[in-house]
Design a protein around this ligand. Structure first.
Ligand code: DAH
Length: 343
């Protein structure tokens, strides 16, 4: 017999108590099932309204609805109290489930590219060296056989800095953000005696307008070897080994005559390989190289009659873009995880 106002009142008291005293999601879930579930007490009471004699149905119905509202409200409060952990209809924590995997960071694609290239040269005896990004004109130009008045030294093409030393009254020393890693050739030769083989990655800066293929900051990798009797054949053999290791064993390489102030003879290296078949270009330029100009050897006090050397330099962004089919150099510096996490 559903018609019993006292039963409603008791249910309210007991229900409020059950929700208020629940101390875990599981307890709350059980109380919810008992009072507000599909087969719960409240449902039964509401379902009984229709059986109550007409003249008493109004009051009974009101009480029954109020019971429903109050217990639903109490349930919400209890859920909030238990740390917002809304009691779900599923069983509690499953301790056998695998844990949530934490994202682990990884090296930037430019760092990865540098590491791979440096590693390949490392296998044939090239040691990694570095140099400063703020340079003087001697290391960036003069010692590299780029004389005063040479177009590469123009103000509009370099980030010149006026740096004061400790003495503020002294003339500022003209410096610049290095425009090429060839500076490291000079720094290495100044501090070592031949024979030497070094590979030098680093950032370089040029005031270029930024677009899909240009940036005011990018990376280069410079190579230098100096010894007695090094020839162009040695240079070619080293580069061939590198392109086959890095771009694939099927890679064809060709040397195209070119001019650089710090090498004589000089060449640019083009490659043709399966990796770039999608570009539909038979040859792609990947680096500049040559035999170290005797003037450069002289600038660091090496005897050009006794020693010869070869050098090469490549743009890291360009190589990474070719290899990974990256269409815009700006991706490297915008720090967008949708880009970075692809590599
Ligand atoms: N420094 C050159 C540049 O920035 C690249 C380069 C070319 C480096 C030939 C070399 C070299 O060592 O031999 O364009």
């Amino acid at each position: 017999m559903g018609y019993d106002l006292a039963a409603i009142s008791n249910t309210l008291t007991e229900g409020l108590n059950a929700f208020a005293s629940a101390t875990s999601a599981e307890e709350l879930e059980a109380a919810k099932r008992e009072y507000l579930g599909g087969k719960g007490v409240v449902k039964a009471i509401l379902g009984g309204i229709k059986d109550v004699p007409k003249e008493e149905r109004g009051e009974y119905g009101k009480s029954a609805n109020l019971l429903n509202v109050k217990l639903t409200e109490a349930l919400k409060q209890a859920e909030a109290r238990l740390g917002g952990a809304k009691a779900s209809s599923k069983p509690g924590i499953d301790l056998t489930k695998p844990g949530r995997r934490r994202e682990v960071g990884h090296a930037h694609i430019i760092t990865q590219t540098i590491d791979e290239i440096v590693e390949i040269f490392g296998r044939i005896g090239f040691n990694q060296v570095e140099g400063p990004e703020v340079e003087d004109e001697f290391h960036n130009f003069d010692a590299l056989n780029i004389p005063q008045g040479h177009p590469a030294r123009e103000e509009a093409d370099n980030f010149y800095l006026q740096l004061n030393g400790p003495d503020w009254d002294a003339k500022p020393v003209p410096m610049l953000l290095r425009s090429q890693t060839s500076t490291i050739q000079i720094r290495t030769m100044e501090s070592r005696r031949p024979p030497l083989r070094v590979i030098a990655p680093g950032r370089v800066y040029r005031p270029d307008t930024v677009d899909a293929t240009h940036h005011f900051m990018f990376h280069q990798i410079e190579g230098l070897a100096v010894a007695e009797d090094l020839t162009f054949v040695d240079l070619k053999a080293v580069l061939e080994l590198f392109v086959r290791e890095y771009f694939g064993a099927d890679t064809k390489m060709r040397l195209r005559p070119h001019y650089f102030p710090f090498t004589e003879v000089s060449a640019e290296v083009d490659i043709n390989c399966e990796m770039f078949s999608h570009l539909k270009k038979p040859w792609l330029e990947i680096l500049g190289c040559g035999m170290v100009d005797p003037n450069v050897l002289k600038a660091v006090g090496y005897d050009p009659e006794k020693y010869t050397g070869f050098a090469f330099g490549m743009g890291v962004e360009r190589i990474a873009m070719l290899k990974h089919r990256i269409g815009d150099i700006r991706h490297f510096t915008t720090n967008d995880m949708r880009f970075l996490s692809q590599f």
